[in-house]
Design a protein around this ligand. Structure first.
Ligand code: PMP
Length: 355
């Protein structure tokens, strides 16, 4: 820290992203990326868009929002595009939380939420999960704050149904409810159809997971016109050209061929079921995940031990250095080939540890 940093940031504990290794040799199952490369139509659209990089991009992302609107059956002014969905989340923390409106979210959830709260200078209230890692909607009734729920939740992968989200919305008519659907496309019901009915709902989605574009940084929020206008006011006050030309082109091309993304998601879901079966046969316990990752523990091997041993063997999964998560790891569902490498190495580690 330099001696010039504002004292308001002195205690900031930044979000720690999962490791991005510098070599390709590792089996990378730690940051929930897609095992599929971007489709050829996306690559072609990006190279075409690159021919005009001397010009600023459209700050309204009009063409991209039109395609998103068509796919989700909403109006274009019910959509905001952002640099990754993290950016829309940040706008929502800035827009809807203050001293009288803390952020309210599950105790175990996306690690960025407390960081957003800290940098925005607002307090937050964490609500414990149930024993089985599920969220009880009743815990969020009359929340007296702005609610942030990842659905399915991360890192547990446990979903709420649309009816449960609606229950939370109905019991919070004066609070904004933000549903972070980063992992929705792997078997969870989306809350987008509720946007027309509830003016307190903001749904956030991303191209990073289901659409093989984590490297492009493209996300979007869907909510009432009024909510989107609030968020746009913050966007135009910070970074009006937050989506570059390449991302706009890639986003349009990807959604115009969305059946390919959907087929990829189905493959990931099948691979998830295969991995779950195999790991359970090794004695692993896990939540019923509807995400592109699983949250696992083994009764005989500590999570940090498994993490380090797999790392030595070239397989990276995600572990958190927190006492309450010491037993657990989160494993991204990659290709069947990647999962077979994982399973082979896990089997070796278990053999070693049982000696
Ligand atoms: N929400 C959740 C729950 C996530 O895990 C992530 C990915 N780290 C994000 C949002 C942000 O994703 P992106 O910014 O890549 O859209």
């Amino acid at each position: 820290m330099s001696r010039f940093l504002s004292s308001k940031f002195a205690a900031l504990e930044p979000y720690t992203p999962g490791e991005q290794p510098k070599t390709q040799v590792l089996t990378k199952l730690n940051t929930n990326e897609s095992p599929f490369p971007p489709m050829p139509e996306v690559i072609e659209a990006v190279s075409k868009a690159a021919e005009l990089l001397q010009l600023y991009p459209d700050p309204d992302c009009t063409e991209l929002r039109k395609v998103i609107a068509r796919v989700y059956d909403v109006d274009t002014d019910e959509i905001i595009c952002s640099n990754g969905s993290d950016e829309t989340l940040y706008f929502a923390f800035m827009a809807y939380c203050d001293s009288g409106k803390p952020a309210v979210f599950p105790q175990l959830t996306y690690g960025f939420y407390p960081v957003f709260a800290d940098i925005t200078g607002i307090s937050f209230r964490e609500i414990p999960l149930k024993e089985d890692f599920s969220i009880d909607p009743a815990d969020y009734y009359d929340a007296e704050g702005t609610i942030f729920i990842a659905n399915p939740n991360a890192p547990t992968g446990v979903p709420l149904s649309r009816a449960q989200i609606e229950d939370i919305l109905k019991h919070n008519p004066d609070n904004v409810v933000v549903i972070d659907e980063a992992y929705v496309d792997f078997g969870t019901e989306s809350a987008v159809p509720l946007v027309k009915k509830y003016d307190n709902l903001l749904v956030i989605q991303t191209y990073s997971k289901a659409r093989s574009m984590a490297g492009m940084r493209l996300g979007y929020g869907i909510g009432s016109k009024e909510i989107i206008s609030d968020l746009n006011a913050l966007r135009f006050s910070t970074n009006p050209y937050n989506i570059d030309r390449l991302a706009i082109a890639a986003g349009i091309a990807s959604l115009e061929n969305d059946e390919v993304n959907k087929a990829h998601c189905r493959t990931v879901m099948e691979t998830r079921e295969y991995t779950v079966r195999e790991l359970k046969a090794f004695g692993f316990e896990m939540t019923d995940s509807t995400a592109n990752f699983i949250f696992v523990r083994h009764p005989e091997v500590r999570g940090d031990v498994l993490f380090h041993k797999l790392r030595e063997r070239g397989v990276i999964i995600r572990h958190w250095d927190k006492p309450e998560l010491i037993d657990y790891n989160r494993i991204t569902i990659g290709s069947k080939e990647q999962m077979d490498i994982l399973l082979k190495e896990v089997r070796e580690v278990l053999k070693e540890e049982s000696k």
